[in-house]
Design a protein around this ligand. Structure first.
Ligand code: 13P
Length: 252
């Protein structure tokens, strides 16, 4: 059975006040979700403790990035061991903003994924094509390559700690969402790449991200290969975020 996950990536947003109010609301509502969705909050690392305290175990917590080392003289970095020590379960790896703004390559993504799974945490590995790549008909091949290279160091026993998030770059923060059909087609393609790699593809959760809102979540989540969402802007609004979690069909 694949995990059903709705994760909120706060990016560089939030405050102690938001951590208290938003997580307090989400924590209170998460208990009444009856569709088996695991709710994950991924705040800036400096608020992890606040979020964990407020969450009282009702939601899981993740970090948005880790360094490619476990410790040492790397000012400003945190490691996956530290994320685990602090009480996190998830680490985002290779978000398109990390790739585009900070120059992260597929090779670096692979190194980080290896460290994350070695720490016993689950890596949410982000992939997705740009608008130019989609318009040139390259979307599937670009994403397939990101999957193959980014997951090249995963050993057979570690697939259980891998989640993928398909986030088309042109849909992030733009209000443009992939249609449910297009997202489903890409998820099916990703699952077939995972199969070719020898991974237990049917067991690996594939999340969709990119302008997911309460009014488009139901259509996306009803697709057979979409196992949840990675939510940016809408995860900063407690009611909207919980509405998205509720849209997950109980039967899938
Ligand atoms: P938006 O939901 O704001 O488009 O962001 C998606 C995203 O990048 C989540 O990681």
């Amino acid at each position: 059975m694949r995990r059903k996950i709705v994760a909120g990536n706060w990016k560089m947003n939030g405050s102690k006040d938001l951590s208290e109010k938003l997580v307090g609301y989400v924590q209170a509502e998460a208990g009444s979700l009856d569709n088996g969705v695991e709710v994950v909050i991924i705040p800036p690392a400096i608020y992890i403790r606040d979020v964990l305290r407020q969450a009282e175990g009702a939601v899981s917590v993740g970090v948005q990035n880790v360094g490619q080392w476990q410790s040492g003289a790397y000012t400003g970095e945190i490691s996956s061991e530290m994320a685990k020590d602090a009480g996190c379960d998830y680490v985002l790896v290779g978000h398109s903003e990390r790739r585009q703004i900070f120059g992260e390559t597929d090779e670096l993504v692979a190194e980080k994924v290896a460290l994350v799974v070695a720490s016993g945490l689950t890596a949410i590995v982000c992939v997705g094509e740009t608008l130019e790549e989609r318009e040139s008909g390259l979307a599937e091949s670009v994403v397939a390559s990101q999957v193959r290279l980014g997951l090249s160091a995963v050993s057979p026993g570690d697939w259980k700690n891998i989640v993928l998030a398909y986030e088309p770059v042109w849909a992030i923060g733009t209000g443009k969402t992939a249609t449910a059909e297009d997202a489903q087609a890409m998820h099916a393609s990703i699952r077939s790449v995972l199969k070719e790699m020898g991974a237990p593809a049917e067991e690996i959760s594939l999340l969709y991200g990119g302008s997911v809102k309460a009014d488009n979540a139901a259509a996306l989540f009803s697709e057979s290969d979409i196992d949840g969402g990675l939510i940016g802007g809408a995860s900063l609004d407690a009611k909207e975020f919980i509405s998205i979690c509720r849209y997950f069909p109980a039967s899938s």
